[in-house]
Design a protein around this ligand. Structure first.
Ligand SMILES: Cc1cc2nc3c(=O)[nH]c(=O)nc-3n(C[C@H](O)[C@H](O)[C@H](O)COP(=O)(O)OP(=O)(O)OC[C@H]3O[C@@H](n4cnc5c(N)ncnc54)[C@H](O)[C@@H]3O)c2cc1C
Length: 467
């Protein structure tokens, strides 16, 4: 049974705009059904890794799903797992990697829940090959304010696709069945190479993507002029047994990632500023090999390097940070250049800038990825002029047929959203059919008028922090 409800200040990973809500622990699907039978506003929350306000519901009730975390069934013959939605990818990987399986899609952190991953329809470094996570989901159990039902690509498909990327606003996922990827080892074979500028990086990624399951580029956000967009590309594939040296063959599926350090407290100001980021970027770029092939890396090093440092989001200080992630279609490469130019000339330092190529879009109405280039930049908040610059860039992205990622967003204006997500009305119609009273709500949904309920003020003023 779920515990007592308690009041809590909740924020996203960017720690920028917390709001107060009642929090209830959901331990079983029945807890979720019982909760939603009472009038009110409700939202599911996983591990709070969405950067902005997607997992908050000011004044409402947030169902913390992290204790809904059992593995219901793992079929090693067919490579399928049925898990409760609060199970984290970290826990799942610790179970499946030693048994010779990997998740079909992982974001850049293992600390997300399966439910949260499906609600954001997450992508990984393999989108060009494997699409988003929803392409590997066979079925979901969903609790809506009007029903408890099962859906999937072959059953109640409209609702399934509205839920994949639907940011928790079409129902609370209680469990899901995923198809896994067989692996022989827990190591990756990685090629790394530097590119001197953006054109070289894009040309090289376009050439090499098809040959590797995983690919990504780290971009120096502060490089300007002829160095604009200088980057380090990494390309990876799961290593086979024959790729391992003899000493690793005894335990080829060993997987026990550890958190090495944690940030002990929030510094009074962001430690990631133009000075520190310039020094870091210079060192990172110089340290990368000009070209190196076939390096063996652990899964955690390749996919989740930031997970080695606990609550690194605190490094951005009390004002927090945002991630600006957008996608533009192939052919609109100039937009990527313009965004980098605009931010580097305004000295808006980003220590983490990642460029990827997406493959074809999936079927989710609000799913973010579409074929093209996606760039993601972590930016400290509270620096002069940033809000206006990002508003201006939203227009540029939208006019090029692109969009920003709701799971990273805490600031985009509702006016540009329809241009970015042309299937929004279709999605809202499906949402209304399962939640006619608008009981499922979030701060993001209210800000963007997704959920049809009027924006509400947070019941407590912003004080920074929040979990
Ligand atoms: C370091 C880092 C790297 C990341 N890298 C990537 C990446 O490479 N690719 C990518 O796509 N994303 C990435 N993300 C974003 C992250 O994968 C998503 O925000 C994901 O949704 C977080 O999962 P969560 O369990 O923390 O969900 P939360 O942040 O708690 O919630 C996110 C959304 O999911 C909904 N939700 C949560 N649980 C449920 C449920 N049981 N039923 C219905 N709705 C639910 C919430 O209502 C909310 O709208 C990254 C985030 C971080 C911090």
């Amino acid at each position: 049974m779920s515990g007592e409800r308690h009041g809590e200040l909740l924020a996203g990973w960017g720690r920028a705009c917390p709001s107060a809500a009642w929090v209830v622990d959901a331990r079983r699907a029945e807890d979720v059904t019982a909760c939603l039978s009472e009038p009110g506003h409700y939202l599911a929350r996983g591990l709070g890794r969405a950067y902005g306000d997607a997992a908050q519901c000011a004044g409402g009730t947030v169902l913390d799903c992290t204790a809904l975390d059992r593995v219901v069934d793992l079929d090693l013959t067919t490579g399928r797992v049925r898990v409760e939605a609060g199970c984290s990818l970290d826990a799942l990987l610790r179970l499946i990697v030693p048994r010779g399986f990997f998740v079909p899609v992982t974001p850049g952190t293992r600390y997300v829940t399966v439910g949260g991953a499906i609600a954001s329809d997450v992508h990984g470094k393999n989108h060009h090959r494997d699409g988003t996570i929803s392409a590997h989901v066979e079925r979901l159990d969903l609790v809506t304010p009007t029903a408890r039902l099962e859906c999937g690509p072959d059953k109640d498909a409209e609702l399934f696709w509205a839920t994949a990327g639907g940011m928790g606003l079409t129902g609370i996922i209680t469990d899901a069945t995923l198809r896994l990827v067989p692996i022989e080892t827990s190591r990756m074979l990685v090629d790394t190479e530097r590119s001197a500028d953006l054109d070289a990086c894009m040309a090289r990624m376009s050439e090499t993507d098809a040959d590797h399951r995983y690919s990504v580029a780290w971009v120096d956000s502060l490089a300007r002029g002829r160095h604009l967009g200088r980057s380090v590309i990494t390309l990876g594939d799961h290593a086979g047994i024959s790729d391992l040296p003899a000493k690793l063959r005894d335990d080829p599926l060993e997987f026990n990632p550890r958190q090495l350090l944690a940030v002990p407290l929030t510094p009074p100001v962001s430690l990631l500023n133009p000075m520190t980021v310039t020094a870091f970027n210079e060192a990172w770029y110089r340290r990368a090999p000009q070209k190196r092939s076939g390096e063996l890396q652990r899964i955690s090093t390749f996919f989740h390097p930031l997970d080695g440092l606990g609550n690194w989001n605190a490094l951005y200080g009390p004002r927090g940070f945002t991630q600006y992630q957008f996608v533009v279609p192939f052919g609109a490469e100039e937009v990527v250049r313009r965004v980098l130019e605009r931010l580097s000339s305004a000295r808006k330092a980003s220590f983490l800038v990642v460029l990827k190529r997406f493959g074809a879009a999936g079927e989710g109405h609000l799913s973010f990825p579409t074929a093209g280039w996606t760039l993601a930049l972590d930016l400290p908040l509270g620096t002069a002029g940033l809000a206006l610059i990002l508003d201006e860039l939203d227009e540029v992205v939208a006019s090029a047929g692109g969009r920003v990622y709701l799971s990273k967003d805490g600031r985009v204006k509702p006016e540009v959203l329809h241009a970015m997500y042309p299937r929004l009305d279709e999605w809202a119609e499906i949402r209304r059919s399962v939640d006619p009273q608008g009981m499922l709500a979030s701060d993001l949904g209210r800000r963007l008028r997704l959920a049809g309920s009027r924006p509400r003020r947070s019941s407590r003023a912003f004080r920074g922090g929040g979990r």
